[in-house]
Design a protein around this ligand. Structure first.
Ligand code: HEC
Length: 212
């Protein structure tokens, strides 16, 4: 008697799992359900915070379910949208002041949620330290992104490098679609002028990042 029970259980569990899989909703429906759950559970008081739940087209493409691969067409669309988002500073000067850039690279404040509210700040920090190695010997740095130590030593400080660096910081997805590098200029976290200081910090030979 006990054996029969065991047999049916063993046979029944995989059958139930198989039935479950067969009726799992498709990707679009799964996304709708997940978005609804997030909307209903995330009850921030400030409209500015709720706005963050609305994904733009690139985020929608990049948030594929269960790690599904980007198609070539999707990657191309993300790159195209990213390129179109890039704005340059009114001055036309892409290389600012590395000293201001150094401060910003180590400043992780701005756009954070504290006590259910968006923190108020005149200028946001750059957050680079959270993810990148910076000046040689700095140990309090993250490794989500590649180390930027010696960035200018390796690449030089030509106009072409300044432009590439500016664009990568403004919207990293113009070069690496859907990467984990935040789109710092495109999302409005950093201003174009602040990004010119970041460029200087990375490529100026005097910057601590390029010292030994
Ligand atoms: C949340 C993590 C994160 C933060 C914060 C971040 N980055 Fe990145 N960054 C990455 C990742 C991941 C990559 C690699 C993928 C890519 O290129 O987009 C990267 C790539 C880069 C590259 C290209 C590196 C190369 O070798 O060509 C540069 C330049 C860069 N980041 C600069 C910055 C600067 C400057 C800041 C701060 C203003 C910053 N990043 C903030 C994650 C981050």
């Amino acid at each position: 008697m006990q054996k029969a029970w065991l047999k049916w259980t063993l046979l029944g569990v995989p059958a139930l799992i198989a039935a479950g899989c067969a009726t799992a909703p498709d990707e679009a429906t799964t996304r709708q359900i997940a978005e609804k759950m997030v909307r209903e559970d995330f009850t921030a008081p400030a409209p500015a915070l709720l706005k963050r739940l609305e994904q733009d087209r690139s985020q929608q493409i990049c948030s594929k379910i269960a790690g599904a691969k980007l198609t070539q067409e999707e990657a191309a669309e993300v790159v195209k949208l990213a390129r179109a988002s890039i704005k340059y500073p009114a001055s036309g000067k892409l290389v600012g002041d590395w000293k201001i850039g150094d401060k910003l690279a180590h400043d992780g404040a701005g756009d954070r949620i504290q006590g259910g509210r968006l923190e108020k700040r005149k200028q946001n920090g750059g957050l680079c330290q959270n993810c990148h190695g910076l000046a040689p010997g700095e140990i309090n740095v993250g490794n989500v992104g590649p180390s930027l130590t010696g960035y200018g030593v390796q690449r030089g400080n030509s106009e072409a490098i300044a432009k590439l660096t500016y664009e990568r910081i403004y919207n990293a997805w113009a070069y690496a679609p859907c990467s984990n590098m935040p789109r710092l200029g495109a999302t409005g976290h950093l201003t174009p002028e602040q990004i010119t200081h970041m460029v200087a910090y990375l490529i100026d030979p005097q910057s601590p990042i390029n010292k030994r």
